[in-house]
Design a protein around this ligand. Structure first.
Ligand code: CO
Length: 165
């Protein structure tokens, strides 16, 4: 495994739509493993392939209960609303409030090519939505209804209540 460089906002690649994965090749498995290592090293709760410069529909989320690998993820249903703080490893130092569904159901292939269904509430639901947005070239700051001040960010960080996606 290897740590990959995280692309920051301003790089055009983050605005592009990622291509679906056809065959799960060894290259895709390496990508997943590198993304996992990169996400852990960066203390993130999620990471999408375009964030490491690869325009493929691959993402990882981890709400603290263990990593979930997603290949070609699709939100198949959603319910409720939440307005919580989000950040992004590609937009360091920025946190904003984003409206997301409270509950989502996601279908995705696992690394063995088996279709899996995942349900998520709260942070996990936010992470699924945030990462799938990345695969469509959408960054959270476009959807944010407000942004936290530096002082508010400082308070959150001291409470360690925030995680970047
Ligand atoms: Co992000």
């Amino acid at each position: 495994m290897a740590i990959r460089t995280i692309v920051h906002k301003g790089d055009d690649i983050l605005r592009k739509k990622s291509r679906s994965v056809g065959e799960i090749t060894p290259k895709i498995i390496t990508l997943l493993e590198d993304m996992l290592e990169t996400m852990i090293e960066s203390n993130g709760a999620g990471l999408a392939a375009p964030q490491v410069g690869v325009l493929r529909r691959v993402a990882i989320v981890d709400d603290g209960s263990g990593p979930i690998e997603l290949i070609n993820p699709v939100i198949i249903s959603q319910e409720g609303l939440q307005h919580e703080v989000e950040g992004c490893l590609s937009i360091p130092g920025v946190l904003g409030i984003v409206e997301r569904p409270e509950h989502v159901v996601v279908e995705a292939l696992d690394r063995n090519g088996v279709l899996q269904t995942f349900e998520g509430d709260g942070l996990l639901a936010r992470a699924f939505c945030h990462e799938i947005d990345h695969l469509d070239g959408i960054l959270f700051d476009e959807k944010a209804t407000s942004f936290l001040t530096e002082e508010e960010i400082e308070t959150l960080r001291s409470e360690a209540a925030e995680e970047d996606l």
